[in-house]
Design a protein around this ligand. Sequence first.
Ligand code: SF4
Length: 425
Amino acid sequence: MNVVDSERIVDLLEGIGYAQVDAAEKADLVLLNTCSVRDKAERKVYGHLGRFKPIKDRRPELIIGVGGCVAQQEGEKMLETVPYLDLVFGTHNIHRLPELVLQAEEKRRGSVTDFLDRETRLNLFPHRSVRDNVTRFVTVMQGCDNFCSYCIVPYVRGREVSRPSGEIKAEIEGLVAQGVREVTLLGQNVNSYGLKEDGELSFAELLNEVNQVAGLERLRFATSHPKDMTDELINCFGRLDKLCKHIHLPVQSGSDRILELMNRGYTAADYLRKVEGLKSVCPEIRLTTDIIVGFPGETEDDFLATLEMVEMVRYADAFTFLYSPRSGTKAAELQDDQSSVLKQERFERLCALQNRIGEEIWQQDLDKVLPVLVEGESKQGDGQLFGRTTWNRIVNFVGEKELIGMTVPVKIVKVFRNSNLGELI
Ligand code: SF4
């Protein structure tokens, strides 16, 4: 979501004459697009701002701004705490950034963090400019109504609102006409897309529509809430030829007691039933997940249930986090008597298990020839190209730039922790 917001920010700033540079030292304007999902991310914002201060001391005309979830949460307070900060804009106010920047150019500091009403938000869904990307994110909904007890998102992103399906389809058709081959439908909980809008398509129906866009090769989505994973949606993985065989399905815990404390709305058995459904309609599917370790009151038995879940599902990858309380959430009020040493030890046990399973899964690809959608030149800058398999796994290989945008057969010759090395066939 932050990547999409950053793209929108760049487009808006280009509209008032700014262009991107590759280092803060060269910039007239520095913006931090922030995340507050974890305590560490939030603290980092202030650390980063501190690094820009010497530049501002040398060049007082430099404008410094903060947007995103931390800005939404802290608002005006940030201007008081950081005297060299010029502007603050919340998650619903990206469209007001040009106005704030022009104001800052005249040495007037400003902060806007109002939440907007539904209608205004619907009118402001991003319509972005042309970029020569092969893959793009397309926002289909924003906000979240779930209030998982540990999560700050509903407080900083606001209530759920779904974008009209006709508009989404039109944007994707436009992107495909520009050369985009893969889209990822994006939202905090895409599975509840359309549920609160009269007469709107369900998410499964939306996937069906997008799957029919001529010229589109691949379709993905993120992120899914397991409680809203309907049979209709599960069946899409067996039916839709463009839907990639990968799903990110955050489980968070394998313990029913902890899941209830987290207000997740499903049990471990419910979750496993959905995973079985996915694997039965699409045997090649690979799952990734998010897991929180050290939720308040987590016992050894609760933790063992999470390890058991990881063993049963066999995730290809997992984003594992040590719980950090977010002020204002329900979970922040819970008693937490587990020591940080114990949490760290559990965290390491989980990572060791997941790393072993992940490696076993990715090693199955060795010596196989897989279709890879070529996205561009490899980030290593070594003349290689990179693309992804249906499982969203990066593959680097030697090839001509003309292949960018094409799906080509690549033999996997080496499997690393986070990517593969391949040979074009
Ligand atoms: S579904 Fe839960 S974890 Fe995900 S954004 Fe909403 S409240 Fe947060």
